[in-house]
Design a protein. Structure first.
Length: 393
């Protein structure tokens, strides 16, 4: 019954994470697009930087943006913050339910680093905290005033963290932590910089003082960072479903390529919405295409000629399956993490093994994603034997 409630808790938190994330991403995309569509017009109110006319849902909207803030603020001012806060909170809860409570299966791989669950969790939490302070320090330093240099160094910071995660956690755990690392930076940007700065501006206006324009500029910088990090972090958050990413021995390089792809596509969309001609920004799609081709080439399947020389019979395959698969994939799982076989897949006899052969090849032979966390200590020889027999069927 514990696993039953754990599944529902996981589902509900994941659902909430998706809802909040969609709201946050939507507002980020909308306000960046709005900023880029603003135009100076002949008749504008004092302090207005630009206006935009929009149409949606059968109505027309006229939007104004003030350089700092108007002299007076209405009492019903709308704040966009809870989408970001709830996205991080539900994401961290999901990290707890999925990875911390099942650290031995999902977070730890003894062949990478033999850790106790508490050690893996401590490293996880510490990395998120250290990551934020490193990023925030860069933005507040003189480097933060040079956008291209800052972008390169933040890119290096994320890739370095990715390399570190792949040398500590399992494949799944490493890439989900890249997502958590970047997601934490994005959420604290809102919680620790953007909203506090906006509040200081509003408080200054209420006191009849001139707001500090640097506060608005700093908030805008962090908002733009969040916008460009959104597409890569989305890939990281779903990476656990794709062993082609998580099981690659140099998955941190794939992270670097995904960062380039996401940033280039986002830049193209932003500049297109700003009215730039394709000839001016089309190069970004070319860079994204090259990075994508490189990622696909890195993950392309490579045949193992040694498998053809192995002599494996059904008894060998059944022995391997019973030792490494049946603890989860049986009608009565013995693994404490499951009360029912994951995805309803049973691997208790030869017929079932043949039926799910392509999945076994992908998950256990080519990608080594299974067994989870390699809890049963499946050897490379056993994977080769299983692969050789399945390919012969």
């Amino acid at each position: 019954m514990t696993a039953f409630f754990a599944d529902w808790l996981n589902l509900l938190i994941r659902w909430g994470h998706m809802i909040a994330g969609i709201g946050w991403i939507g507002t980020s995309f909308y306000f960046i697009a709005l900023d880029l569509s603003l135009k100076k017009r002949e008749q504008m109110r004092e302090g207005v930087a630009g206006t935009a006319w929009e149409v949606h849902g059968g109505g027309f909207y006229h939007v104004e943006k003030f350089m700092v803030a108007p002299k007076e603020l209405p009492s019903d001012l709308l704040w966009y913050k809870w989408e970001a806060y709830l996205t991080w909170v539900t994401g961290f809860l999901l990290l707890v339910v999925q990875y911390y409570l099942n650290a031995s299966a999902y977070l730890i791989d003894p062949t990478i680093m033999a850790l106790e669950p508490w050690q893996a969790i401590a490293i996880s939490v510490a990395s998120l905290v250290v990551g934020w302070f490193a990023y925030d320090g860069l933005c507040r330093s003189p480097i933060g005033r040079n956008t291209p240099v800052l972008a390169i160094i933040v890119f290096v910071l994320i890739v370095a963290a990715s390399w570190g995660f792949t040398h500590v956690f399992s494949g799944r755990g490493a890439l989900i932590h890249v997502g958590a690392f970047v997601g934490t930076i994005m959420a604290v940007n809102v919680f620790g910089v953007i909203i506090p700065n906006q509040k200081r501006i509003a408080e200054a206006l209420m006191r009849g003082e001139e707001p500090n324009p640097a506060l608005g500029a700093q908030g805008k910088q962090r908002s733009v960072h969040n916008n460009y990090l959104t597409l890569p972090v989305l890939v990281m958050m779903v990476s656990s479903h794709y062993p082609v990413l998580t099981s690659h021995p140099q998955s941190w390089i794939l992270v670097a390529l995904i960062l380039v792809i996401g940033a280039m596509v986002r830049h193209f969309i932003n500049r297109h919405e700003a009215g730039d001609h394709f000839a001016k920004v089309g190069w970004t799609l070319g860079v994204a295409a090259i990075a994508l081709a490189a990622a696909m080439a890195m993950t392309a399947p490579r045949p193992n000629p040694n498998l053809a020389d192995l002599d494996v019979d059904e008894d060998d395959v059944l022995m391997i399956a019973r030792k490494h698969c049946a603890s989860c994939h049986s009608r009565h799982p013995s693994d404490d993490a499951f009360e029912e076989a994951p995805k309803g897949i049973y691997l208790e006899n030869i017929g079932e093994i043949v039926r799910y052969g392509p999945l076994i090849l992908q998950q256990a032979v080519k990608s080594k994603a299974m067994p989870l966390g390699n809890k049963t200590g499946m050897t490379q020889e056993e994977r080769d034997m299983l692969g050789a027999w399945l390919q012969a069927q």
